[in-house]
Design a binder for this molecule. Structure first.
Ligand code: ADP
Ligand code: MG
Length: 317
């Protein structure tokens, strides 16, 4: 089965006028129908990529196709195929939400009888505020209005750039629910985030971007499967100064004098084998806990350079 791309990016390079190379030759296929996560630390190049797709930033080299339309050769159709929710909250404060959507529809050349402004506002829970001044809306309502604005021309692709940065938990849940709904109704959704849990919870496919390069691109499940390590920590009934020799077959360390941590690759070893080896050591086991690697470990491994080369610790919120 061949997958049709909603977005196809080839050898994309962006060097800003100050010399900053934000994208260093990115190639990426985003399949139609996916809920795709672009994950990466701050400054990785996510917004640059999105803004190039949106036609807001000029690329330095490479090509971008949106729904099969090349952004250079067919910019109009490319633009019609994508709706972008920007990272920054930008509005004309003197328009009402209804006017904002009508204006946006006008920009897209949608005739009055085909506009769905009220319907879209209703879907985003903004019906009550349709005729209020936008500057009187709460932050969460403004965020939803931006989503509404991106949907005015019913694009097959919706891109959300850091949709939940600085947004409270309740609104985050609302937005996630709505994104899932849109996706279920057939919209291809791309979202950028530096929140791992967001990508982990929402997306079926994830690309990890770091320093202007794609360092991973896989289904969420196969990325998660890259998190192979599992740790068993046992608390024993006496004090130790070193790891018992029988455990040398594993990667075992002392957490403290009474706790042994055994790290193993769960593809090759199971916890029963680890516990069996521990049982031959002659001490009593008082407590056993296990720790499993998650997407965060994969993310950190792929985005952290060795400590010597690191500029600053990668912050994962
Ligand atoms: P992300 O969205 O992943 O946080 P950005 O795409 O915003 O990353 O930024 C990527 C890099 O490009 C960063 O180092 C950022 O400082 C730089 N950058 C972004 N916009 C500009 C600009 N207009 N001029 C110069 N450098 C920029
Ligand atoms: Mg950004």
């Amino acid at each position: 089965m061949t997958t049709v791309s909603a977005i196809s990016i080839r050898n994309l390079v962006k060097t800003y006028s100050n010399g900053k190379q934000a994208l260093r030759g990115v190639s990426l296929e985003i399949p139609q129908g996916s809920l795709f996560g672009l994950l990466g630390p701050n400054g990785a190049g996510k917004s640059t990529m999105i803004n190039i797709m949106a036609g807001l930033v000029n690329k330095t080299a490479g090509s971008v196709e949106i729904w099969g339309f090349d952004t250079d050769r067919n910019p109009r159709n490319a633009k019609l195929s994508i709706g972008i929710v920007p990272q920054e909250l930008v509005f004309d404060a003197f328009f009402t939400p209804f006017e904002t959507l009508e204006l946006q529809a006008g920009l897209y050349g949608i005739p009055r009888e085909k506009r769905r402004s009220m319907e879209i506002l209703r879907a985003l829970g903004l019906e009550d505020k349709a005729h209020a001044y936008t500057r009187t809306l709460s932050g969460g309502m403004k965020r939803r209005l931006l989503v509404a604005k991106a949907l005015v021309h019913a694009p097959p692709i919706l891109v959300l750039d850091e949709p939940t940065a600085g947004v409270d938990i309740e609104l985050r849940q609302q937005l996630w629910a709505y994104v899932r709904e849109l996706h279920a109704a057939g919209t291809t959704v791309v979202l950028t985030t530096h929140y791992l849990e967001e990508a982990q919870e929402l997306c079926d496919r994830i690309a990890i971007v770091n320093k202007g390069e794609v360092v991973a691109n896989a289904t969420k499940d196969s990325l998660m499967a890259q998190a192979h390590d599992k740790v068993v920590v046992v608390t024993i009934d006496r004090e130790l100064t070193e790891v018992p020799p029988v455990l040398s077959q594993f990667n075992a360390t002392l957490r403290d004098s009474r706790r042994i941590a055994v790290t193993y690759d769960k593809r090759c070893v199971n916890s029963g084998q680890v516990l069996a080896a521990l049982a031959t050591c002659g001490f009593g086991i008082e407590d056993v806990t296990t720790e499993e690697a998650d997407l965060e470990d994969v993310f950190l491994r792929l985005t952290q350079s060795p400590a010597s080369e690191r500029e600053a610790p990668v912050h994962v919120a």
